[in-house]
Write a protein that binds this ligand. Structure first.
Ligand code: FPP
Ligand code: MG
Length: 294
């Protein structure tokens, strides 16, 4: 039996989904699925049962996302902090995750699972990767930029989430996608994760739609600002180069422009080669991990 694809929406849900879909829909939604243990306590269940219900709720939520044409979902399944929980709980969660990961692979679905993850570690790692690139002579220190850092994150193949939802009434991000959600709509909902409903998801999407214009505007401004910063950085590098190699002779505007275009082409090639090298480094790390050599 399929874990995610099973089940249709009822008539009223279908009707509401169609109304929502007439507006701008998020293309990527991230969830902090919080409140499993409180749910278990409320129902006098063992803590692990709460997590199991949480897993089932994830399957249901993915089905709703599919019906709502949301192509990508990211979930915070286990933070590095969670290793501090009791051994029984950590072991139980690991076993649940092992079983569900296998199911997820069978489904080949559009889900990113953040496991043993924290955002600050991810960002620090990205900075280390850039330092490695400079050390190896693949990039220059002046190539380090916001957009290069984004390319070095684990999420480099995904667009940033449009909407981030945290359940259970906690109003913090707990070190989840801190870099990627700087221009996302963030919705905190009081419902415990295993009790999450289709209507809770619709409410969060409505909040995204109400804020859509201001989010788009902020993203556009940020893109323009980034492009301007990159141009300034390129100009500074070219000016330095011309001063160093130009025997102090004045350089006319045309030559300066040509030098700038040439510098930009070289920088872009350098950065692409570095990203390729980084990808190979990561692939060989995972291959070694897979074959037990790490
Ligand atoms: C937070 O509730 C939930 C977790 C730490 C684990 C969440 C994981 C899942 C629901 C399944 C996803 C996994 C895969 C493999 C796709 P909590 O334990 O912090 O509960 P509390 O806030 O009530 O204490
Ligand atoms: Mg919690």
């Amino acid at each position: 039996m399929s874990w995610i694809r099973e089940g249709e929406l009822n008539l009223i849900e279908k009707f509401s989904a169609n109304i929502l879909k007439a507006g701008p829909m998020p293309k990527h939604v991230a969830f902090i699925m919080d409140g499993n243990r409180r749910f278990a306590r409320k129902k006098n269940m063992e803590c692990l049962k709460g997590h199991m219900q949480g897993f089932n709720k994830l399957a249901e939520t993915l089905r709703w996302c599919k019906h709502l044409n949301i192509p990508e979902v990211t979930v915070y399944a286990f933070s590095i902090e969670n290793f501090k929980r009791t051994k029984d709980e950590v072991d139980g969660l690991m076993e649940l995750a092992r079983q569900k990961f296998l199911k997820l692979l069978e489904e080949r679905c559009f889900l990113n699972v953040c496991f043993a993850y924290t955002s600050r570690y991810e960002i620090t790692n990205a900075v280390r990767e850039m330092a490695w690139g400079v050390e190896q002579g693949l990039i220059k220190a002046s190539d380090v930029s916001e957009s290069l850092l984004s390319e070095c994150l684990y999420s480099n193949n995904s667009p940033n989430p449009d909407l981030l939802i945290r359940t259970s009434g906690e109003i913090r991000l707990s070190d989840f996608l801190l870099w990627q959600t700087s221009h996302s709509c963030i919705v905190f909902q009081s419902v415990l994760w295993p009790e999450y409903t289709f209507w809770n998801l619709c409410e969060a999407i409505l909040q995204y739609q109400f804020n859509y214009k201001s989010i788009q505007k902020a993203r556009e401004l940020h893109r323009e600002h980034q492009a301007l910063e990159q141009l300034e950085a390129d100009r500074a590098c070219v000016a330095e180069h011309l001063q160093y190699h130009g025997n102090s002779k004045p350089v006319d505007a045309h030559r300066r422009q040509e030098a700038l275009q040439h510098y930009i082409r070289c920088r872009e090639e350098r950065v692409q080669d570095f990203i390729q090298a980084l990808k190979q480094k990561r692939d060989s790390y995972f291959n070694d991990l897979w074959s037990g050599e790490v």
